[in-house]
Design a protein around this ligand. Structure first.
Ligand SMILES: NC(=O)c1ccc[n+]([C@@H]2O[C@H](COP(=O)([O-])OP(=O)(O)OC[C@H]3O[C@@H](n4cnc5c(N)ncnc54)[C@H](O)[C@@H]3O)[C@@H](O)[C@H]2O)c1
Length: 374
């Protein structure tokens, strides 16, 4: 890829901080600037990692012509407005999940990306975990045979997280469960029927007008003989954290382990077998390989999501590498803007369906293509 280097800025320094040393060591990036509102915390992180560019204002950051790309890790309701503003300012955008909170915001992201000609990538950790990369390899080798069904599940207890999480409709944060199903079959969700189940406390339900403890949905994949199922819970449902993905093939199936630390199972025909999933650091440039198994601040200082999500399956350096190489090679990222918003809209429309008692909701089509590249 040569010596070209792009200047990257990270916005939001909670989860966002995890990515600083990866950009510092990636051969094609300068970790140019960081941004968050509180000056004290900004300087603390800047000092810790030796990042000179510091902004307390997002608007000032995107006016800086030296910034080529921004990686947004701010609270959920800012993802879309900040992404749209950055694209319109001519920056490439990587944004943590979900891409947006409404269908209209998704539409605006697509429009801004198309008009600016810049890359937009939702930084979906679930499709760069070692488990996903392993399943993708099984698919590409032909071992799965015809894919018959897929299932994603993400159950997490979010009590005590920053206030904007409280009462969030479970399906408004569904991308970790939706994305692997669609990424594996290079597809988009077409329509959905979702049921809400159980009840959460009144004060939580009042926040977003969303009463359900669990939402479970069936999605149809556009243009393929496939459907997939997604289960989400966020509050008052007892369970160890799980972010899992199962795929049922004609010859081989893969089921994620249900308890952290256990190995997943592949079924060859009717015969189950536990497998050790390999690491895929070899796919990365040498300087960032260590980040598939090590966090940025290991031990007691690790970000809670990194601990709960088992280090997000080693996905962080893969995400950075895909975002950066897509810009340098002047090609769409995976996921590209259309896939990113479809995978986000899947959850938004699922919640809409749940609020209508399970009625089928059709997703808007943001792109004309049905089979998308990976
Ligand atoms: N596996 C994953 O993909 C994963 C895991 C964890 C978090 N996330 C996502 O990352 C996001 C951030 O998570 P977090 O736990 O760090 O959240 P947080 O609320 O703890 O931190 C948000 C950060 O954004 C900054 N910020 C807020 N408003 C800003 C503004 N206007 N301009 C610039 N900076 C601003 C805050 O100062 C803070 O540094 C969440 O939206 C979440 O969806 C994704």
């Amino acid at each position: 890829m040569g010596e070209e280097k792009i200047n990257v800025a990270i916005v939001g320094l909670g989860f966002g901080k995890e990515f600083i040393p990866i950009y510092q060591l990636h051969p094609n990036t300068n970790m140019y600037a960081i941004c968050q509102r509180t000056k004290e915390r900004l300087d603390e992180v800047g000092g810790q990692f030796g990042v000179a560019g510091r902004y307390t204002s997002f608007e000032d950051l995107i006016r800086d012509p030296r910034v080529d790309a921004v990686h947004i890790n701010s609270p959920i309701h800012l993802h879309a407005p900040q992404s749209i503003a950055a694209l319109r300012a001519g920056k490439h955008v990587a944004c943590t999940v979900p891409a947006a909170t409404s269908v209209d915001e998704c539409r605006e992201i697509v429009q801004a990306a198309e008009e600016s000609g810049r890359n937009y990538m939702m930084m979906e950790t679930a499709i760069y975990t070692r488990e996903f990369l392993y399943i993708r390899e099984l698919r590409e080798s032909g071992r799965l045979g015809r894919i018959q069904f897929l299932r994603g599940c993400h159950q997490q207890e979010m009590a005590g997280w920053p206030g904007y999480w409280e009462g969030l409709p479970p399906m408004h944060y569904a991308t970790h469960a939706v994305s692997p199903c669609l990424a594996l079959v290079k597809g988009e969700a077409d329509f959905v029927s979702c049921f809400g189940s159980g009840r959460i406390a009144d004060h939580l339900a009042a926040r977003y007008g969303s009463p359900f403890a669990v939402e479970s949905a069936l999605f149809k994949v556009r243009g393929q003989n496939l459907s997939f199922e997604v289960t989400r819970s966020l509050f008052e449902t007892a369970r160890q954290y799980v972010e899992s993905f199962d795929v049922y093939g004609e010859r081989t199936s893969f089921e994620w382990s249900r308890i952290e630390g256990e190995d997943p199972v592949i079924h060859i025909g009717e015969k189950p077998e536990r497998v050790k999933v390999p690491d895929y650091a070899r796919l990365l440039p040498a300087p960032i390989r260590r980040f598939t198994t090590k966090g940025v601040y290991d031990g007691e200082h690790a970000h809670l999501s990194f601990i709960q999500g088992g280090g997000h399956g080693g996905s962080h350096p893969h995400l950075v590498h895909e975002f950066v190489t897509s810009i340098i090679e002047k090609r769409p990222s995976f996921p590209d803007v259309y896939q990113s918003v479809n995978w986000t809209c899947a959850g938004i429309c699922a919640h809409e369906s749940a609020m209508q008692g399970g009625q089928i909701v059709k997703l808007p089509a943001f792109s004309s293509g049905v089979i998308l590249s990976s």
